[in-house]
Design a protein around this ligand. Structure first.
Ligand code: MRU
Length: 341
């Protein structure tokens, strides 16, 4: 298997390594992800995260295990274990469906390697196509608000919503980015802030609760987010806090765009209510933990609710920016996502 290097994935000597997204930006640590147990642990802990990246990491691990001589039976079991690693982002299931087809071929080892490679190359192209389509919607002087992390860290390419923002910035149309810190795990405050800094794009970090007053003051021109799953009726599951932004944007008359690749579509899922939402550990809400250590502020016996994602109803979305172009609310109402089933 050829070596590979993306922003957050690496294949060297047929072994998978991941950039620890929980340690960034304070530390840049590459971690061994060469077994199913290791990778599932990294996915649970969000050391590997972002809808496209989860699917790609699982596919690359299967390919590297095949290259290292793992049996077909064990690979089949590994595929099912990986499929269950996180429930909400459908890219994982969509990528693994393709890997399962490869496993069914007579030259299954070679087919797995080729398929994983294709998925990585395709993801780069999907990101580029999304960036091109989305950047045309960004008007000169835009102050854009984004949530969570949708950049090169979360994909094999330039990212989804952040790829759009970068392309629009290079075209001279982005004045600055408002970065939601994205409680509880701070993907915005840690990862998006870091990526924007690397790209030299001006940004200001805000607490999630500050978005409303900025919108009221007319300081947000559009909201751009990614997606973990798009249902057939256009409802979108994304990082918790996305729905509140969509409601706020609607109230203030601000366009709200979702950028995602075709691998995020789930045409078999009728609507947002049918999307499984991951519930995560209380400790993420009772305090914070990171490469700097851990702090708990809530009482030790505090009861906690911690859904990792929420669902934004289609009626709040101004446009779905896919690799195939910009999908309008009218097209969604006409069933465009159902047609792609
Ligand atoms: O829990 P995470 O960090 O994996 O959640 C990530 C998101 O919600 C992203 O917005 C989404 O996966 C799109 S990434 C291109």
């Amino acid at each position: 298997m050829n070596n590979l290097q993306t922003t957050s994935l690496r294949i060297a000597n047929n072994q998978l390594w991941i950039l620890d997204q929980q340690a960034l930006p304070q530390q840049s640590n590459w971690l061994d992800a060469s077994t199913v147990e290791l990778l599932v642990g990294h996915i649970h802990a969000l050391r590997v995260r972002g809808a496209p990246l989860i699917g790609l990491s699982a596919s690359l691990l299967l390919a590297s295990l095949a290259e290292r001589g793992e049996s077909r039976e064990k690979l089949g079991a590994a595929l099912e274990t990986l499929r269950a690693a996180r429930p909400t982002a459908v890219n994982l299931m969509n990528n693994l469906d393709r890997m399962k087809q490869a496993l069914g071929q007579s030259d299954w080892a070679g087919a797995l390697v080729n398929e994983a490679w294709r998925l990585v190359e395709e993801d780069k192209q999907l990101c580029d196509a999304i960036a091109l389509a989305g950047s045309k919607l960004v008007t000169p002087g835009s102050r854009l608000l984004t949530h969570c992390n949708t950049g090169g860290l979360a994909t094999a390419g330039c990212g989804t919503a952040l790829g759009v923002i970068h392309k629009a910035f290079l075209a001279g149309n982005v004045q600055q980015v408002w970065v939601d810190e994205t409680r509880p795990l701070l993907q915005g405050g840690r990862l998006t802030a870091w990526e924007l800094g690397e790209l030299n794009i001006p940004y200001q970090l805000i607490c999630d609760s500050m978005a409303a007053s900025l919108m009221a003051k007319g300081e947000v021109d559009a909201v751009w987010v990614g997606a973990d799953r798009i249902a057939a009726n256009g409802d979108v599951a994304n990082k918790i806090g996305t729905y509140s932004l969509a409601v706020l944007a609607k109230y203030h008359g601000i366009p709200f765009y979702v950028a995602a690749p075709v691998t995020t579509l789930d045409s078999s899922c009728p609507n947002g209510e049918a999307i499984p939402i991951e519930q995560r550990a209380a400790v993420e809400v009772t305090g914070v933990a990171g490469s700097f250590g851990a702090v708990q502020w809530a009482p030790a016996n505090a009861q906690v609710c911690n859904p990792a994602f929420d669902v934004t109803p289609a009626e709040l979305i101004s446009g779905w920016v896919l690799d195939s172009g910009v999908i309008t609310p009218e097209q969604v109402r006409d069933g465009v996502f159902k047609a792609q089933a």
